[in-house]
Design a protein around this ligand. Structure first.
Ligand code: BGC
Length: 923
């Protein structure tokens, strides 16, 4: 019996519960929802058959055993469905199958909707009492959304469908199966009675959505972003989507911080908003202590249904020399399930110093400090940012410095940023501008002045890492044995799909060479992330609701519980860290990867990440918080330079990470693809050393994003500049094929010889990696102190079925060329070949593949012989060039063997598969 138990039934129940609690009800005229018993429902929209459990790209490649769609779940809940209409859709969807596109980054962000005639809608309206219209979107890596039909806007066919349904039906509920907020101007135009965001809820998502639609669960999700009238209303839109740089001219005025301060009238649905089937009242008590404010909010259910309510506490700091947003989220909490008439008291404690602002210019007299400027601070409590009411306030007589830091990461390129100023005409504020303070420090001098001391090289002292782990030797003594070559190998992560770790995962790190393993260094394993485990060889895993959905629950304990399950699943799969939570700020609704992230608000993002980490930590596994920092656009993501003020970085873009480290004890961080104020983050000393480690006390590993670039100040980013990476204290380069041969051709040893980096800096990276490895389950497993299966799995979920193509047995003599013309290479497809091996000998397989795709595309193909995974090939976009991968297998005793191919992502073209006796293989 293992030490841990993973109950799959409980996992599924939690996935379903989070999905249901994430649903945000924006409108519910005449209580059209929940669907009343006995009402017949006509379901419109092809998404009833094509539910999106997740977005796409690395965060969307979990191979699931099943995905429950909304139609399946409504049927299972015994809703009286208008099957005649559903049959029409079924037939059409069969004739117009889901278009997977050409794989990585190429899947269309929406599917064409079925054209629908007035007659069909009219007839359905006569048969049924209400309509549910389901609209879906996906999005993902390498491409953003656009202000176009089928992306941020509804497509013409979706509009037609909605227009007709709203015309013929008295009751219409629109359900949005999306990863991200979309344009909502159609609500005013067609006026459906109900609108419900159900996000992408993972494999149990359809059940979660149906629970809310049928009233089994009362909606209690809240918007994690502001929904404005038009995309151009978001101040970041003007500076989004460029090729070379993204100027963050809106500064700290992201989302509601902008709208509530100067543009309230542009908002359709405010941040934090979400209706319930019941109503609540709230009574607040305010108490001021020296350093903190205590608020207690008594919430009472004054309606007819049991339900939960979220209370949000906002703060408003006085306009001073520094501009301030009118509201900032300071705290939130959720009640338990309150029966009609029942009350619950929620208690909040807000430290005054948490309301401080960062002065990056010195205008308050305190440059590089967090300050509470003199004036009145007001707190508000309520169920969204707009309706939160004053709860009390306090005065600050004179400016107080709450934290003193040093200037970091300031931009070098001048630009103006928004700053609220008194409005000309009316009372209130309007946006003015001010010049952003530029960099005044000399980074190279800072790096030189802080170089770590070198540990003298002692040669082999016979110390194994185990002794450090058990406390009988010091880490310093262990490191004194490592050669430069050892450490240069250690900073290279291997992947994708390294055979040294769990098949199909993103990377192996740590003891990646024999010599390192002989020293007792285990090989850690990491896998995407963030909403389930991605194993490209087809291993099934649980698919969780996406980041935005998780955050929309505003339910910290529930999120922690769900991620405890994911932690157990990681442990069971021998994976030490998830590549997630993804926690970039939703700077603009068009960002293609918003679905993986939480919110436009850093406080909510930080709290959600911390909850996920705490959940995973219960089983000893962890998460890698990513992408640090300001990774807010997919287009040209590995080259884009984000130009951001130091204040916006500290208050918005780094804040969530700070919370995740301090409250979630994160000890793995992934830097970004792009640059930040001229420095690619994977080598940014001030980001990864001055702030992350020196200010916040982070003591773990920073890894690059996969094949990221790094630069020296003033130069362009390069894939091989690991010297700059090590100097900045990004410890691991992800990923190379083979660390020992330096297959990535990196410049670590060159940089050491040239004095660009010191041995002390390389040792510091090694120490960071070793310390983290000793905190991960792999250490005990490597030492043989864990039973192979220390996680017992109970309550198995139903196994899914993958379609297989079985060709007849082909005899492999000296050489065989397989017919691959009928192989479907779409994501999730399998192809099975029977092989008759003429001799008991070793064979060589040569597979020719190509992909017309982005350079950073990840297209995995797993090759199994019988049940054994022989190889996972991950190709990037090959610009249409054929690539041949050759590898050996055998000998097998049995002359009958099966070869199974599993395609983890669409977009790969198979040219030829040649199998030959090893010696007969062409060179
Ligand atoms: C993504 C990361 C991911 C990595 C490994 C990259 O393309 O940006 O978030 O963890 O690939 O799959």
């Amino acid at each position: 019996m293992g030490k841990f138990t993973l109950d799959m039934k409980k996992y599924a129940a939690l996935g379903r519960a989070v999905s249901a609690e994430s649903a945000v009800l924006l409108k519910n005229d005449h209580q059209v929802l929940p669907v009343k018993k006995g009402r017949r429902v006509s379901i419109f929209g092809r998404i009833q058959f094509n539910y999106y459990n997740s977005g796409t790209g690395s965060g969307g490649m979990v191979n699931t055993t099943y995905v429950t769609g909304i139609l399946d779940a409504l049927k299972a809940a015994d809703v009286d469905i208008d099957w005649e209409l559903t049959e029409v859709y079924k037939k059409w969807v069969h004739e117009h199958p889901f278009d997977q596109g050409r794989g990585w980054g190429q899947e269309p962000w929406s599917q064409p909707e079925m054209p629908i005639s007035d007659e069909i809608v009219e007839a359905a309206s006569r048969r049924s009492d209400m309509a549910i219209v389901i609209i879906g979107r996906t999005a993902g890596e390498d491409q953003d959304n656009k202000e176009e039909g089928g992306s941020y806007l509804l497509s013409d066919l979706e509009e037609q469908m909605l227009g007709k349904v709203c015309r013929y039906f008295k009751r219409t509920a629109v359900v949005l199966n999306v990863g991200n907020i979309i344009d909502m101007s159609w609500v005013g135009k067609y006026n459906p009675q109900s609108v419900l965001y159900v996000w992408q809820g993972g494999m149990e998502g359809g059940n979660g959505a149906a629970d809310v639609l049928t009233g089994k669960v009362n909606p209690s999700g809240k918007l994690t972003d502001t929904i404005a009238g038009r995309i151009r209303d978001y101040p970041s839109t003007a500076n989004f989507g460029g090729e070379k740089e993204a100027v963050y001219a809106e500064d700290i005025y992201v989302g509601y911080r902008y709208f509530e301060t100067v543009a309230k009238d542009r908002v359709l649905y405010p941040f934090g908003f979400g209706l319930s089937y019941t109503r609540f009242s709230a009574a607040t008590r305010f108490e001021e202590e020296k350093d903190r404010i205590l608020l207690s909010v008594e919430v009472t259910n004054i309606g007819q249904y049991a339900g939960k309510e979220v209370i949000q506490i906002y703060a408003a700091a006085p306009q001073g020399r520094l501009g301030k947003p009118s509201r900032s989220l300071a705290a939130f909490d959720k009640t338990g399930l309150l029966q009609p008439g029942e009350s619950q008291k929620l208690e909040f404690s807000v430290k005054k110093k948490e309301l401080a602002s960062y002065d990056d210019s010195g205008c308050t007299g305190y440059k590089a400090c967090y300050v509470l400027e003199a004036g009145r601070y007001e707190l508000y409590a309520g169920s969204d940012v707009r309706s939160a009411v004053p709860a009390g306030g306090f005065e600050v007589a004179e400016t107080i410095v709450t934290e003193r830091w040093q200037e970091v990461l300031a931009p070098v390129r001048p630009f103006d940023r928004l700053k609220p100023v008194p409005a000309d005409t009316a009372v209130g504020l309007e946006m003015g501008e001010e010049a952003v303070p530029l960099r005044t420090i000399n980074l190279q001098e800072r790096i030189k002045a802080n170089r770590p001391a070198e540990i003298p090289y002692k040669g082999n002292l016979g110390i194994r890492l185990e002794q450090v782990y058990d406390g009988s030797a010091s880490l310093e003594a262990f490191i004194s044995q490592l050669t430069e070559e050892d450490m240069a190998c250690m900073v290279r992560g291997e992947g994708m799909c390294s055979p040294k770790v769990t098949p199909g995962t993103a990377a192996a790190f740590g003891g990646v060479t024999h010599r390192l393993q002989e020293l007792g260094i285990p090989v850690g394993c990491c896998a995407d992330g963030p909403s389930g485990i991605r194993m490209d060889c087809g291993t099934h895993a649980f698919s969780l609701p996406i980041g935005t959905a998780v955050a929309a629950t505003f339910n910290i304990p529930l999120v922690e519980e769900l991620f405890e399950m994911l932690g157990l699943e990681l442990r069971k799969s021998h994976i030490d860290t998830l590549l997630g939570p993804g926690m970039n700020i939703h700077r603009n609704p068009l960002n293609g990867r918003n679905f993986e992230y939480f919110s436009e608000d850093p406080h909510l993002s930080g709290k959600m990440a911390a909850a996920q980490l705490r959940g995973m930590h219960r089983s000893g596994t962890t998460g890698t918080i990513k992408h640090f920092a300001a990774n807010n656009q997919e287009f040209k993501r590995n080259d884009i330079d984000s130009i951001v003020s130091e204040r916006a970085l500290r208050e918005i873009y780094m804040k969530g990470f700070e919370i995740a480290i301090k409250e979630g004890a994160a000890f793995l961080v992934m830097s970004t693809y792009g640059a930040l104020n001229g420095l690619w983050t994977a080598g940014s000393y001030d980001l990864l050393t001055t702030v992350l480690r020196n200010e916040w006390g982070f003591d773990g590993i920073v890894m690059t994003d996969w094949w990221a670039k790094i630069n020296d100040e003033g130069e362009q980013g390069r894939l091989d500049n690991t010297a700059a990476m090590i100097r900045g204290q990004n410890d691991v380069y992800m990923v190379v094929n083979d660390s020992l041969s330096n297959s990535g051709g990196d410049n670590t040893l060159e940089g050491l010889a040239a004095g660009v980096i010191t041995r002390g800096e390389l040792q510091r990276a090694a120490a960071n990696i070793l310390k983290a490895l000793m905190r991960l389950p792999v250490m005990e497993r490597f030492l043989g102190r864990l039973s192979q299966d220390d996680v017992t799995v109970t309550g198995q979920l139903e196994a899914g079925q993958n379609e297989a193509l079985l060709s007849s047995f082909s005899e492999v003599g000296e050489k065989l060329i397989l017919d691959v013309s009928a192989v479907n290479t779409d994501r999730g497809s399998e192809a099975l070949f029977g092989l008759e091996l003429s001799e008991q000998a070793e064979y060589t397989i040569a597979i020719k593949v190509r992909a017309v795709s982005f350079e950073l595309a990840q297209l995995p193909l797993s090759i199994f012989i019988n049940q054994h995974l022989i190889k996972v090939i991950t190709i990037n976009g090959s610009k249409g060039e054929w690539i041949t991968n050759s590898f050996d297998f055998g000998p097998y005793k049995n002359k009958h063997a099966y070869m199974r191919l599993f395609f983890g992502q669409s977009g790969m073209e198979l040219g030829e598969i040649k199998i030959s006796l090893k010696d007969a293989a062409e060179q």
